[in-house]
Each structure stands twice: as C-alpha cells, then as structure tokens.
Write a protein that binds this ligand. Structure first.
Ligand code: SF4
Ligand code: SF4
Ligand code: FES
Length: 528
C-alpha cells in the first residue's frame, strides 16, 4: 500500500485515497468547504490547500490522490497564509448575520474564521446586497448573501436526487445560487441540502429560529418511519435558562438530521422521516391509564382490569392481539411472551404500506420492524388472519398495541368486526384509531422515548434509543406486558430493562442469537 508522510507521520493508505480523506481518516482536519464525503469532488473553494514536496504550487487536498512516498505538510507558514487569504476572500461579501443565523454554533465560516482567518478585513467597499429569505421549496429557505458558492447543494440535486433544481446564475462577483423560475426545490430529500450547506445560506423552515443549536442534546438513533431504518441524530431541547422560565425543561424534539452509515443510508434521509417527529407532539397523546376509554384510572386498577379481560379470554381460547410493525423487537417479544404466559392466543402484525419504493432510500413498507416481527412471530402472524377470526366470533378479547410514531396508522377494527369482540384493550402512545372506544387504555412510550432494537428490510439489526422521557404515565411496551402478566398471575419474567429483554430474545430466537446493545453498536449488525 502507498505510504504517505503527513506532517512528519508515515501512514499507509489505500490506493486512490485523496490527501484530504487520508488526513480525515487519521483524525487530522484540513479545512474544507466544497468537499463532502457523499458527493463528487468539485475543488472550487480552495480552502484545503496544502504543501506537497516537489510541487511548486500549493495543491488542493480534496482532489490530490496520495502516491507512494508523497510528503505533505498542512501547517506551514505558506499554507496558513493561503488559508487566511481564502477566509478574507469568503468574508468580503458575507453578511454579519451570526446573531440571528440558525447556522451559528455549527457554521464552518465562523469556525474556520476563528481557526484559520487573519482576524481582519481590508475590504472597505460596500458589501453586495442580495435576496434574503427566498422561499425556494416547501421546506427550504435561501439567503443568497450567505452563500459561499461551494456548490454542494447543486451537486446533491444533480448527483443524488437527479432533480437538478439548484444552479448558479450570473457570473463573477455577481454569481448567485438559486432555482429556475417555476421549478421549486420540492424533491423528497430536499432537507439534505440544508445539512450539507456549510454556512446558513439554506435553512429548514421547520427549524428556523426554533432554538440555538448549543441548547440541543443529540442522540444517535434510527428513523422508524419506514423499513429502511436510516441512521439519524435526534436533537432535543435542553433546559434553557436564558430562553425559557428558569428551571423549565424543553424536552421536545427540535430536529432530526441524518447520521452517516454507508450500509444503510449513506449520508442522507428523506423529508418524511426528517419531519416524522412532529406527530409526536401534534397528535393527541394518551397520557394516563383509562378504564374505560376517556375515564382516568389508577394504573394498577387499569392493569388489573385489562389482565382479567385478557386472562378470561385466554382461558376460553378466544384471546388475540394485533401489534404494530414499528414496535421494537423487545416489545414484540414481550407481547408474545405475555400471550404464552396467559395460555396462548392468536397474534397478528399490521402491515403499513404507503406509496412505492424509490430508487434512493424510501420504502413503501412503513413498518420499521416488519422483518423483526416476522422473525419473532412468524411470517403467518398477520392482522388479516386475526380480524378474520374476530369476524367469525372467535375472539373475546382483542389486545391492540398501537403505533409508537404515527397515530394515523393505529387503525380501529371495522365496526362489524368490533361488534363481535367483547372487549378491546389498547396499549399505545396516541388516543386515536384503535384507542377510541377501547375498554382499557394504557399509555405506552412513543418512538424516541424508549431503547430497543429494530430490524430493517435488509435484515440489519439497529438500536433505537431513548432521546427524552415518555409523556405522562407512558412506559415501554415490554414493561406493560410484564405488568399485565404479573396481574394475571402468568408465568413471565419481570424484566427491569430493555437489555434484559434483548438477552431473553437472543436466547430464544435464532436470528437474534449473540446480539446485545454493545454488539449492535452505533451502526447496527447485518443478520439478513
Ligand atoms: S447555498 Fe450553501 S451549499 Fe449551496 S453553494 Fe451556497 S454555500 Fe454551498
Ligand atoms: S427513508 Fe425511511 S427510514 Fe429513511 S429517513 Fe425516510 S422514512 Fe426514515
Ligand atoms: S475542499 Fe478542496 S477545494 Fe474545496
């Protein structure tokens, strides 16, 4: 393998690697704007200039491939002077919007100005004034003055979505970024251009002025809005002494951004997944135990009532359950164990399908854990089979465990079927759908409110993590299954953590053997 001497350190590099990629892979940063790991090399910002021995001029690290014996220096006086000159150039027309710019706190222009800038400007002429807050699509606003013309957003629309909505217009110092007349940036992945814009030129309407980024707590987790399971960072507001009443905790999700995983989503995510968190706060939540629906009940009383209904039906051989395909593997396993502990019953998994698979990430199957459900419960465990049995009058008590992400997908059984079922016990985070008219309702944790495992459509087991506390009395589904088993006198372990449930699952279901939170890690494990 070629050997590169980088600032005096000899490193072995895979042939074809660029100097910039080699440096980044060793934890050394060479400042860069236009280069992005998921896009082609443009080489137009000139921020990554480095010195290569025997080369008369400085070269750009993002477009220079390593060669055996190459000697690169990234911190010489010549390099530092070039970087300072580039920073001075970038800042000629850039407005001083930082106090109101959403990019503040994660702006490459701010960061590099501090780390590599000269700290002064010789520019005395008036700055260019360009269009601000231009509405270029359903989710994205453009501030032309802030653009440093790195072309990342243009390349994203050309190379990743193939939709080419963005382009540069005019020439020279008058060059601006924009859209063609009548062709908005409305592809299904438009939010990604905001993530990759290194400055605040492109902002997401849904996040604009929502908070300062230094008040956010980021948790690495997995999107549960379709069977792809894109890796994401969920940002939750932290206690904001200056922005809210002192002591008040703002624990709502403020934004979701993609987390790179070459085996799942590359560097991207779709807009639907990005904005899926909004349902969690906008849809009516079930916050306390209710028995019957609409009447608040003590948790233990509601659990005892549900356990009695489920136990009676099981003894009569007329118990059934319908589970969401978005539940974690731990939840699905616990519900299976509950029915076994009560003496058995039918289990069916809902199928949530919308639209079609696209060529990039989106899957028509909105069940983030459809594959895990099939592994744990079997391919034949379908909602249709349970509903057919109910229509034949073979179900006395129906347990419905609803969707933890989307209230619209927790559908109520057909009224004709419902009339043949004596009692419905609902467990879930929302009050709509199957929760309406249930005999007992128990609040469950929603997505981002519990730890667990999801298996994507390619058989990759990944971890979804708790980003904030559940609302009201909500608790993880596996915990509620344990409560019900205990109240019904069923033989089921009283697990105290999702890790314990995963351990039991791994010991029971072959596909999960050997898995735990550590082996799954941040990027998941393929079990396909
Ligand atoms: S809008 Fe942002 S990503 Fe697009 S060219 Fe300008 S600085 Fe780069
Ligand atoms: S493609 Fe699916 S998993 Fe990925 S962000 Fe979109 S909805 Fe979420
Ligand atoms: S990152 Fe190398 S020229 Fe822009």
């Amino acid at each position: 393998m070629p050997k590169l001497i980088l600032d005096g350190e000899e490193i072995e590099i895979v042939p074809g690697t660029t100097v910039l990629a080699a440096a980044l892979s060793r934890g050394r940063d060479i400042p860069h704007y236009c280069w992005h790991a998921g896009l082609s090399v443009a080489g137009n910002c000139r921020m990554c200039l480095v010195e290569v021995e025997r080369s008369p001029k400085l070269v750009i690290a993002c477009a220079t491939q390593v060669a055996d014996g190459m000697v690169v220096r990234t911190e010489t006086d010549r390099v530092k002077k070039a970087r300072a000159a580039m920073m001075e150039f970038f800042l000629i027309n850039h407005p001083l919007d930082c106090p109101i710019c959403d990019q503040a706190g994660e702006c490459r222009l701010q960061e590099y100005a501090v780390e590599h800038g000269a700290g002064r400007s010789r520019f005395v002429e008036a700055k260019l004034t360009l269009n601000k807050a231009v509405d270029i699509g359903p989710h994205v606003l453009l501030d032309q003055e802030r653009c440093i013309q790195c072309s990342r957003c243009v390349r994203f629309c050309d190379e990743i979505t193939g939709t080419s909505e963005l382009a540069f217009f005019r020439r020279g110092e008058r060059t601006v970024i924009g859209i063609y007349p009548g062709r908005p940036l409305d592809n299904a992945y438009s939010g990604n251009v905001v993530d990759i814009c290194p400055v605040g030129a492109l902002t997401l309407k849904e996040f604009r002025f929502a908070t300062r980024v230094w008040y956010l707590k980021n948790t690495p987790t997995v999107c549960a809005a379709c069977a792809r399971g894109c890796n994401v960072l969920v940002a939750v507001g932290q206690q904001q002494v200056l922005m809210t009443t002192q002591g008040q905790t703002d624990d709502r999700i403020k934004r979701i951004v993609p987390r790179p995983n070459e085996d799942v989503n590359g560097h991207w995510m779709c807009d639907e997944g990005r904005l899926s968190y909004r349902t969690l706060s906008s849809a009516p939540r079930l916050e306390t135990a209710e028995a019957p629906a609409g009447t608040a009940a003590d948790w233990d009383d509601a659990v005892a009532r549900a356990a009695a209904l489920l136990g009676d039906a099981a003894r009569a051989g007329r118990l059934a359950a319908i589970l969401s395909p978005r539940l974690t593997a731990e939840d699905l396993f616990a519900w299976r164990r509950l029915l076994e502990a009560l003496g058995g019953g039918r289990i069916g998994v809902r199928r949530i399908a919308r639209g079609a698979d696209d060529a990039l990430l989106v899957r028509a199957d909105k069940g983030a854990n459809s594959t895990g459900a099939a592994w744990i419960l079997g391919e034949s465990a379908t909602e249709a089979a349970v509903l057919e049995a109910a229509a034949r009058g073979e179900v006395a008590a129906l347990l419905v465990v609803g969707d933890p992400l989307d209230s619209a997908d927790s559908a109520a059984p057909d009224p004709a079927v419902r009339s043949r079922v004596a009692s419905v016990i609902f467990v879930g985070p929302f009050v709509s759908g199957a929760a309406e008219g249930a005999d007992v309702r128990l609040p469950a944790a929603a997505w981002a409110e519990e730890d667990g495992t999801l298996v994507n459509f390619e058989g990759r087991a990944q971890r979804v993590r708790r980003c904030h506390l559940p609302r009201g009395e909500g608790r993880p589904g596996w915990r509620i299954a344990c409560d019900l088993a205990q109240a019904a006198g069923g033989d089921m372990p009283q697990w105290t953590s999702s890790d314990e449930v995963l351990e039991a699952l791994a010991a029971s279901v072959e596909r999960f053997r050997g898995l735990d939170a550590t082996t799954i890690g941040l990027l998941g494990v393929s079990r396909g």
